[in-house]
Design a protein around this ligand. Structure first.
Ligand code: P6P
Length: 334
């Protein structure tokens, strides 16, 4: 007997589509395509220590960072599945300097484009720490039937129609958000399908976890330093200890804080005033997800989702998580 309460990702996206008047099924199909590519990436991530797919490809990506072979493999998987699907007209990725437009007639007639960080936290691959994929989905603004252009990708985050991430960790979890809310799916090896495990995710309004790279402490503004000090004092002063949790893999840090409540911070520093994280395919998708779950995401001065992008790979400071914690932080920022 099939347990109808534990829907697979495919069943859930179709069920969600059926609630949307005039839905064509393209978005549901796109999410299923992403789930398929994620399963292929998951296989390689899980055996990365066993085969010679680990380690540096020797090349560097446009960020000037060493490209691990899994980064390249993951980018190829998402590119390949979406190119041969029927729901995506093109993708942009951390691994590619320019967006790729799919040029077959069916793809060119698709109404969606995707932004990807195909394997975030890849520096952790060699030490078996959770890593992840981040994606954001937009309606193209150029007319259907022609190749997409850069302006299809340079849209504010509040123009996303869906966003999500996959964590390749102790289990493999896919979380995605649409206007209908945020839901999480855990890969069930028994059937090889993502199965609904975290329905209707809500970000707790408050939390006791704060995530930041303390190594940058003296490069932060005084306001940020004062807020971090408050988090440490609260541990002794106000109702139970705060804990500092920082994995160095944003997908894992944000996912934990989304579920348990907390704040993740990657502020600007004296060396990097705009911070390290990329606006289009790290900050925007995570901001969309966390805000759909009731949290907040800002760059310290404005909502991430309202930032008008100027370039595909631009960076942004990021403060994201529980509403009360972000609002408390804002009091420290001039
Ligand atoms: P740092 C991983 O490289 C990443 O892009 C994010 O996943 C992570 O949160 C951040 O960088 C960690 O950066 O400077 O603290 O090592």
């Amino acid at each position: 007997m099939v347990n109808r309460r534990i829907l697979t990702l495919d069943e859930f996206t179709i069920k969600e589509m059926r609630t949307v008047p005039r839905a064509t099924g393209e978005l549901a199909g796109l999410l299923r395509d992403i789930g398929l590519a994620a399963k292929r990436v998951n296989v390689e991530v899980n055996k990365a220590g066993l085969v010679d797919i680990l380690g540096d490809m020797g090349s560097v990506n446009i960020q000037g960072e060493e490209v691990k072979k899994l980064d390249h493999y993951a980018n190829t998987q998402f590119l390949g599945v979406l190119k041969h699907g029927i729901s995506c007209a093109g993708i942009a990725s951390e691994e590619m300097e320019d967006p790729v437009s799919f040029t077959d007639p069916i793809s060119m007639n698709s109404k969606y484009v995707c932004m990807f960080d195909p394997l975030d936290g890849s520096g952790n691959i060699d030490v078996n720490v959770s890593i992840g994929t981040i994606f954001g989905i937009y309606r193209r603004i150029t007319e259907r039937g022609i190749p997409v252009r850069t302006e299809d990708f340079l849209q504010p985050g509040n123009r996303q129609v869906a966003a999500g991430y996959i964590i390749y960790g102790s289990s493999t979890v896919l979380v995605y958000a649409t206007t209908n809310g945020v839901n999480g799916f855990t890969l069930d090896p028994a059937i090889g399908e993502f199965s609904l495990s975290h329905p209707h995710i809500k970000c707790p309004q408050s939390g006791k976890l704060y995530s930041v790279n303390h190594g940058n402490f003296f490069q932060f503004s005084s306001g940020i330093r004062d807020y971090i000090t408050l988090c440490q004092e609260k541990g002794t002063r106000d109702g139970g200890p705060y804990s500092q949790r920082y994995i160095g893999s944003m997908v894992a840090d944000v996912h934990r804080n989304l579920i348990k409540g907390g704040i993740f911070m990657y502020p600007g520093t004296t060396e990097r005033p705009e911070g390290k994280l990329r606006l289009m395919y790290e900050c925007n998708p995570m901001a969309y997800i966390v805000e759909k779950a009731g949290g907040i995401a800002t760059d310290g001065f404005q909502r991430i989702l309202e930032k008008v992008p100027e370039s595909l790979h631009q960076r942004s400071p990021l403060f994201i998580g529980s509403r009360n914690m972000i609002e408390e932080l804002s009091g420290f920022l001039d």
